[in-house]
Design a protein around this ligand. Sequence first.
Ligand code: SF4
Length: 304
Amino acid sequence: MAVPATLSISRARDFGQCRLLYRYRAVDRIPARPGVEAVRGTVVHRALDLLFELPPAERTGQAAPALLDQAWADVTAADPTVVFAVLPTADFPDARADAVPDAEQLTAAVARAQADVDAVRAGVDHLLAQAAALLDSYFTLEDPTRLQPQRREESVSVTLDSGLVLRGQIDRIEVAADGRTRVVDYKTGRPPGSGFESTALLQMHTYALILWRLSGRIPDLVRLLYLGDPMVLDDRPTAARLAIVEQRLDSVWQAIRGAAEAGQWPATRSRLCQWCAYRAACPEWGAPAIPLVDPVTGTGELLG
Ligand code: SF4
């Protein structure tokens, strides 16, 4: 069975949470109903990116809300199914063992959902009001008129010694005149509780590892900006710390390859299932798994 050639920290987390979730999302790429939290986060990220396209003096708290309509338009253009995030009762063609929606069915479902213009407008307004509150929080954490990021929304990847291609998308990279580098990411949720900081920082350490391997220099600071409950979480990555992260990600990659070779993608039920959009195709929720497709014959065989 073919597995993706690359690994990101998000997919590594999926695999750690539930192998069936990883298979559906990363291997089979089965469409799923977009979650409202994820879509709201994407809109806020896009609005902050648009903010930094303005001249520094114009990056104010007054200017930011006006960017949200453009941000929503951009996010919708990239993926029209996000409309389902603002219409919680609209029918989405959830994937099932005997029916995985194709592109045509998704397009038809989006058109049906968008036909309820008033409901879409109300849902979008509600989501953008929440996004505006998150932008307000952002301005309590830093002053963007004083910042000039070198790169934004930067896709990065590197091949590790093991052959694993590690990839990520970094919100902001800032480089001072003396070469000191700061890597920044926005989080629209709440900050981690006491004792869970290192788990939260794993994503930033992964980015630091990629940049280190690419440039030969470890970023001086990684920073998470939490907007849901305004807080800054900083860390100064070390070579020893990043070596441990590399080992962990290599182990996850070996486990993914092993699962693919064995065709074993068991479901693991947890409290996180409440946010999983594949419950209609999950044995842990009383539904048969979507059959694995035999790469030779193209036929399905229920193995998951
Ligand atoms: S509902 Fe839970 S157990 Fe089932 S695939 Fe999703 S995360 Fe895994």
